[in-house]
Design a protein around this ligand. Structure first.
Ligand code: GUN
Ligand code: ZN
Length: 443
């Protein structure tokens, strides 16, 4: 496909139908929200986007040595951003549980215990990252297990692939098996040491990662408050208000809190770049507080349907002004594909009498996710100077897609069909800093 396999330092020009967002199409008029260039050119130098425009305008000014990548007929968008997933749950995806708490005990904890073995962690991290790339996901916010060494193995694997990833070792010191616990009130030292080594190294960022309020004692919540205060720029990730029984349990464990979300607030864990998965059973006061704090919600529709957790109220969250990204939540989510996740998100809104427009779904999977993670100045669009992580999608990858696309008459219709019928078979290539990191067909 390529005359030469391009490297990260090369000047490359990508010829494809280019689409990227500048704003949320729900909040802005469409014209201001996105740029679509059928048969356009995306120019990348030293791993960064330098120009995007119509082929006829950009091509004549390209230097002789520019390497042209011909993806004509394909759709090229910024790499997908998965705002919530768990790498130690790769090998237990598609394990049925009666509900969240049953599923955690029966499958999740026993599988996560295997990550005490660093070699196992490294092997799973390699597989997990390759699976992200073959699905077009270039950045993710990732839970580890409780083991610091497993988080380190994940970071090493991401560093070798030059990926922009956020991850952290889980903190938990109660209500989980003994062999998965931090020392009572512990976790500060190990987390701080990992932050010092990994946060800001190449394209990696550490995320402070309390599993959820139910598995941290008051003493550990205090340690978390200290970590958050000592590292004000470090992202945070956790779960909140996923399941009704979990919400009731947290109310018993923290009787002084107004709500589940308020537990995190009381310990200084609500702030920009703090990403909370699920956010299903919140009230209006919680939503207003999340928005005011600048915290973000990871909408994980596949997981929520699979575990029967409930329906994310996208309209209410948006109206409250909360930052929102999409998350696969593997392994409670049943796919690594952000296309599958967009399709599930649409269905979750339909069940509530809302509607998720295709343009908005594609925004959430790209720039929306980047904004939720506070990374919009680096990734998520083709604006000049952004890191050139992108995915090339074949809208006619399957016979059914090819047939259905024949009937489509608008961009929005094509995007809707692609997210509804598409999956990793549509991913023709995934590029990291301009260079191909995954090619469906070997060159
Ligand atoms: N709440 C606490 N831990 C988990 C987890 O691993 N997955 C999900 N979906 N919810 C959680
Ligand atoms: Zn999760």
């Amino acid at each position: 496909m390529f005359p030469v396999r391009p490297s990260r330092s090369e000047l490359i020009a990508v010829h494809a139908d280019l689409l990227h967002f500048r704003a949320d199409p729900g909040a802005q008029g469409d014209a201001a929200a996105y740029e679509y260039l059928p048969g356009g050119l995306l120019v990348v130098d030293q791993g960064k986007t330098v120009q995007i425009g119509p082929y006829d305008q950009v091509e004549p000014s390209l230097p002789e040595h520019a390497l042209m990548l011909d993806y004509s007929g394909c759709l090229c968008v910024p790499g997908f951003v998965d705002t919530h997933t768990h790498f130690p749950q790769t090998d237990m995806i598609a394990a049925p549980g009666a509900n969240l708490l049953d599923w955690l005990e029966r499958y999740t904890f026993p599988h996560e215990a295997r990550f005490a073995d660093e070699r196992h962690a490294a092997a799973v991290a390699d597989f997990f990252l390759d699976e992200l790339l073959s699905n077009g996901t270039t950045t993710a916010m990732v839970f580890g297990s409780v083991h610091g060494q497993a988080a380190a193995a994940f970071f090493s694997a991401a560093q070798r692939r030059a990926l922009r990833m956020l991850a952290g070792k889980v903190l938990m010191d109660r209500n989980c098996p003994e062999n998965l616990r931090d020392a009572p009130g512990g976790g500060y030292g190990e987390t701080a040491a990992l932050i010092e080594i990994w946060h800001g190294r190449d394209r990696l960022e550490y995320a402070i990662t309390p599993r959820f309020a139910a598995t941290s004692s008051v003493a550990q919540m205090r340690a978390l408050a200290e970590l958050a205060a000592d590292y004000p720029d470090v992202p945070i990730q956790s779960h909140v208000a996923e399941n009704r029984a979990e919400v009731a349990w947290v109310a018993q464990l923290f009787p002084g809190a107004r709500s589940y979300l308020d537990v995190y607030d009381q310990y200084g864990l609500l702030r920009p770049r703090a990403v909370y998965a699920h956010c299903i059973h919140l009230d209006a006061a919680d939503r207003a507080r999340m928005a005011a704090a600048g915290a973000a919600a990871a909408f994980c529709p596949s997981s929520n349907l699979f575990l029967g957790s409930g329906l994310f109220d996208l309209a209410a969250m948006r109206a409250a002004g909360v930052h929102i990204g999409l998350g696969t939540d593997v392994g409670a989510g049943t796919s690594f594909s952000m296309l599958r996740t967009m399709a599930d998100a649409y269905k979750v809104t339909q069940l509530q009498g809302q509607t998720l427009r295709a343009l908005q779904a594609w925004y959430l999977a790209t720039l929306g996710g980047a904004r939720a993670l506070g990374l919009q100045d680096r990734i998520g669009s083709f604006d000049s100077g952004r890191e050139a992580d992108f995915v090339v999608l074949d809208p006619r990858a399957t016979p059914l897609l090819a047939r259905r696309m024949e009937q489509a008459t608008s961009l929005e219709e094509r995007l809707f069909i692609l997210m509804t019928l598409g999956d990793d078979r549509c991913v023709r290539a995934t590029h990291i800093l301009g260079a191909p990191a995954y090619l469906r067909e070997a060159v």
